[in-house]
Design a protein around this ligand. Structure first.
Ligand SMILES: [Zn+2]
Length: 196
């Protein structure tokens, strides 16, 4: 089955992913951890959660990669006949084709994708749109709060001074920390207010 767990920045999606993966590993089950290549925030292979949990991804998917081929390669390298469980972090960065592949592979696998639903402009990521179309199980990772105390539902790009940025490329990851992402409630996202 293909699962999509979506949430805003700060909803501890990655921490949940890593804890769930650990639970399967404890049972001795075969688990693969993969991520799309576009996220270089914490090193190419690292799956990093802001509460401190981290793990190395076994596969880093380039946009042109076939997920099926990459999983076969990984299974061969690790002397597994196959995987039973696949975890995907930052799944919003998957291509539409890769999500389609995952949906087809999910006949035989449990595939858990974690990611953002929308970008800082309030638009779908192509990967998330495909996951919302094709996943059999869709769940929200709630818990993130706006500074006002309301539920955070909107991803927001802010500059160093905390000013809300509403325009620009969909994917912009800045390792120099000139921009960062926070979760806001809809009202404060719409008004561009990143603080009181
Ligand atoms: Zn708010």
């Amino acid at each position: 089955m293909l699962h999509f767990f979506y949430g805003v920045m700060g909803s501890s999606k990655t921490a949940q992913l890593l804890m769930q993966r650990y639970n399967y590993q404890q049972l001795g089950l075969k688990v693969a951890l993969i991520k799309p290549a576009v996220d270089t925030r914490a090193g190419q292979n690292l799956v990093f959660s802001r509460v401190g949990l981290q793990a190395e991804a076994e596969l880093v998917l380039e946009p042109a990669h076939s997920v099926r081929e990459q999983l076969l390669w990984l299974a061969a390298r690790q002397a597994y006949s196959d995987f039973q469980y696949v975890f995907v972090d930052e799944a919003q960065f998957l291509s539409e084709e890769q999500v389609q592949e995952l949906a087809d592979l999910a006949d035989d696998l449990e595939i858990f994708c974690y990611g953002l639903k929308i970008d800082f402009r309030g638009q779908f990521f192509p990967g998330s749109a495909a996951l919302l179309r094709l996943a059999s199980d869709i769940q929200e990772v709630a818990g993130a709060l706006c500074w006002c105390g309301r539920k955070a539902t909107m991803n927001t790009r802010v500059d160093q001074q905390g000013r809300v940025i509403k325009e620009g490329e969909q994917v912009l990851i800045d390792n120099q920390q000139r921009i960062r992402y926070i979760g806001l409630c809809y009202q404060h996202w719409r008004k561009g207010m990143s603080h009181a």
